[in-house]
Design a protein. Sequence first.
Length: 247
Amino acid sequence: MMRSLFLALLVLVGVPGLARAQVVTPYNPLIAGVPMTCMSSQGVPVAFVPNTSLADVGLWFSGWPGVPAHVEYNPGLLARLPPAVQLFWFGHVCAHDVLGAGSNEESADCWSLQFLKQQGLVTRAQAAELQSYLLTAPVVPWSERPGRVRVQQLLSCYDRSSSLSYAAQGAIFQTGAPVETKGEPYPGVKRWRFCSHIPGVSAPTSSGHVTQDSCERARTKLQEGHSDYVVTECLLTSAERCSAERR
């Protein structure tokens, strides 16, 4: 049994305006307008740290001394996905922490769909739409985006009898307003970059820029707007990421 291993949804039914008043933190992100929480297999909340310079929907980082395992995600890229796909992505990423070392991409896909089904967040029709979208959608940088073989298994995953041990909870499903971002092109060539992280919460991540001036402007804006971030100097480098393990 998987007692206490779950994605927790804040129950908002009957509490008007609570979704708008909800404090968003790395441990309580809004995914498609729904407040979510991810608990690891050790019962530890997993931080989801927004990073608008990340050239991927989201990446999982292992922990090291002083920094727990966590996820960094790009809110702009995530917002380009339909709401059901955003929730599926979140469930998939969290499932790796819930299921532990023995999980693979297919099991994480199924866990996510089973959870969303149990919560009433995704109907079978929406699961079919999700399947169709993933087969035909334009590519958004997403390192774990299901390919054709995995996508073709999604409906059968949805149709399985639930093996999740926790009780279903109710939640208001809100799509939220789409976020408009220009974003950075996918890195891979020499660019001006700085690394940033929140001590004890997030891993160092790289911000890529075409010019030194744009790098310095972004670096200054981050430092002025987020005093909890540690930010390095801008350097010209072909390294796409700061040193950290990625799942």
